[in-house]
Design a protein around this ligand. Structure first.
Ligand code: KG4
Ligand code: ZN
Length: 349
């Protein structure tokens, strides 16, 4: 069964064709990230306009790369939420129109849950590093992205339990905000990871939030980085963060980036390890944009040798995970009415 996935929840316009939820036939992503870089974060209006321009060329490219025409597409899957309302609307309205005009079943997919399905894609395109085999249940998944930090235990495709989530900022959001503070480009994750390579991760002492159960909190860590940066620059707490990029040396920025990254990642790996001990899952996966971080992979592998991740290109937002999620969700998620599907910007797990 070939599913065309469509994803437009944030700043990536993406389409992909996946066969039987596991074979990647194409994965096309047009990002508007460069247009947002000047603002230090995603501007919803710019993202929505950019989706509108890119969506049809991206879908056509996904079909062409997969050497597939509409006759060979069995269904369409689209991100219904969570995400930016204007961005979601472009994907959902396009998917609805195509489902009607091409007469295909339409599946609505939860973006956060879909990140986990990137690990079910285990074969296909040549330049990807796929997991050796798909995860087994029970599956413990750490979903870490710009919008979410959640620890979820999947008993099956349809039964899962949210063990913990962030009380404030998502971990990717903390990477983005700390990067902005240090004058590093958006998105902050890759920029912090790069800067951290030249820094000493033990040089700045930062707190790990003590939360109950498996919850996370990253906003205190972000403020602690701000205070440490002000102190390193010889300023007090009233000094504006916008002045820090000028006031700090490259070495100080590298030390702050390395110390922040080490603390944020230790928080994630400690929670994951604790949940593993309690629930003894058959598989453990780390997914979402932050799962692209090589230091996170190194720390996680040291603690949990069998941990699996999607290819880096399937960690950040993509439509292949949307197609895979729709395929494996078919037993409980039946096709939706293409005339009635609405977007759900605040959709939860
Ligand atoms: O999954 P994703 O593309 O979008 C959301 O669903 O939010 O995740 C984007 C987030 C951004 O916050 C970005 O800074 C972070 O993932 N990210 C990283 C890395 N690459 C992307 N964070 C840490 N290290 C990275 N290498
Ligand atoms: Zn995402």
């Amino acid at each position: 069964m070939r599913i065309l996935g469509i994803e437009t929840s944030c700043d990536e316009t993406a389409a992909a064709v996946v066969e039987d939820g596991q074979r990647l036939l194409s994965n096309v992503i047009a990002s508007s990230v460069d247009l947002h870089a000047a603002y230090g974060g995603v501007v919803p209006e710019i993202a929505a306009r950019s989706h509108l321009e890119s969506i049809l060329p991206v879908i056509n490219e996904a079909l062409s790369q997969a050497k597939t025409n509409w006759d060979d597409i069995d269904a369409i899957a689209v991100t219904q939420g969570p995400g930016l309302i204007g961005s979601l609307l472009i994907g959902v309205l396009t998917a609805r129109t195509l489902a009607i005009t091409k007469n295909k079943p339409l599946y609505a997919v939860n973006h956060v849950k879909a990140h986990v399905y990137a690990t079910f894609i285990t074969k296909g395109m040549a330049d990807y590093h796929f997991p050796a085999h798909p995860p087994d249940f029970p599956l413990l998944a750490l979903i870490v992205s710009g919008g979410h930090s959640s620890l979820v235990l999947f008993e099956s495709h349809s039964r899962y339990k949210l063990l913990g989530q962030t009380a404030d900022d998502a971990v990717g959001e903390a990477f983005d905000k700390v990067a902005k503070m240090l004058g590093l480009p958006y998105p902050g994750g890759p920029a912090i990871a790069q800067a951290a390579k030249k820094g000493d991760s033990t040089s700045v002492k930062l707190p790990i939030a003590q939360m109950s159960g498996y919850d996370f909190s990253f906003s205190g860590l972000k403020t602690a980085v701000l205070r440490a940066a002000q102190a390193l620059a010889g300023k007090d707490y009233t000094f504006a963060s916008s002045g820090l990029p000028e006031a700090l040396t490259s070495a100080q920025k590298a030390d702050l980036a390395a110390s922040f990254q080490a603390t944020a990642l230790k928080t994630l790996v400690d929670r994951l390890e604790k949940a593993c001990r309690q629930y003894q899952p058959a598989s453990v996966a780390i997914v979402g944009g932050v799962a692209a971080n090589s230091e996170l992979r190194r720390l996680a592998e040291a603690a949990l040798p069998s941990v699996i991740y999607p290819d880096v290109k399937l960690c950040t937002d993509n439509a292949a995970m949307i197609a895979a999620a729709a395929f494996f969700g078919r037993s409980t998620n039946t096709p939706v009415d293409p005339y009635g599907l609405s977007v759900e910007p605040g959709l939860s797990l």
